[in-house]
Design a protein around this ligand. Sequence first.
Ligand code: PMP
Length: 304
Amino acid sequence: MAVFGSVHELVGGTPLVELHAFPIPEGVHLYAKCEYFNPGGSVKDRLGEHFIHEALTSGKLKPGGTIIEPTAGNTGIGIAVAAIGKGIHVIFCVPEKFSIEKQTLMRALGAEVVNTPTEEGMSGALAKARQLAEETYGSYCPNQFANPENPNAYYDTLGPEIWDDLNGRVDVFVAGAGTGGTFTGTAAFLKSKNPGIKTAVVEPVGSILNGGKPAAHRVEGIGMEFIPSFVKTKYFDAIHTVNDDDAFRRLKEAAAKEGLLIGSSSGAALHAALLEAEIAEPGSNIVVIFPDSSERYLSERIYD
Ligand code: PMP
């Protein structure tokens, strides 16, 4: 298609790029699904379109209504893009610490941003969203941390795209988890096609999947303080817990060696994918998700 009808049609269909500059064993192939090619700049544009579509078709949200959501930023941008032209008000609850670029973009797209204290984490943002939803007539809070439509968004789109991109020749799938929606939905789709595919989840040090305690980390967008009920731990064939130094080193290398301007969650996922490459069978195809771009973190001096 040469002409797109609206921004909504630009979501999905992102490029899968083979990486060549990192030393990996002969015969192993590493491919990155570059989700920052979505119109709002991240993997979460898929979730925004899915949430708005589902909320409007089920009647949970009516034109003129208000959508309220806790977000680290990318879900907010994705929902705000998806709401464009649909007559919906948008309010996001965002912990203060998250990047100023993301908060600026949410406001540029017409959203109201309500900041919550950094110390209260995503749980504080969730509590604030719930409170505002109770106080606001005609509002709906999709709640990406509890809504099974979250993984469904990726089961329906990202999983099939990866499968088609490689004509089903996928051996290892690597993705980070914030809510776990991207990982769970995509892993579920790929396993439904071929249960032998290895699905490896990535978290920062300071997340709980490997038994660690919640703690601060510089990597943004991944890391869990609790495990949402839609997350299927049976898909954790491997859990990679990546420290900030490795994630930021990989992010810099991806820019300098591959020309890929990726954010820190992508850097962490790349580090994990390179560890998977070390132990992969010859001939394996590894797919790693790059959720967003470095450009929305430049104020955090990520390349210094
Ligand atoms: N990376 C970035 C930059 C993100 O914003 C998010 C979403 N918070 C993720 C990864 C993880 O996505 P998910 O919530 O689907 O696990």
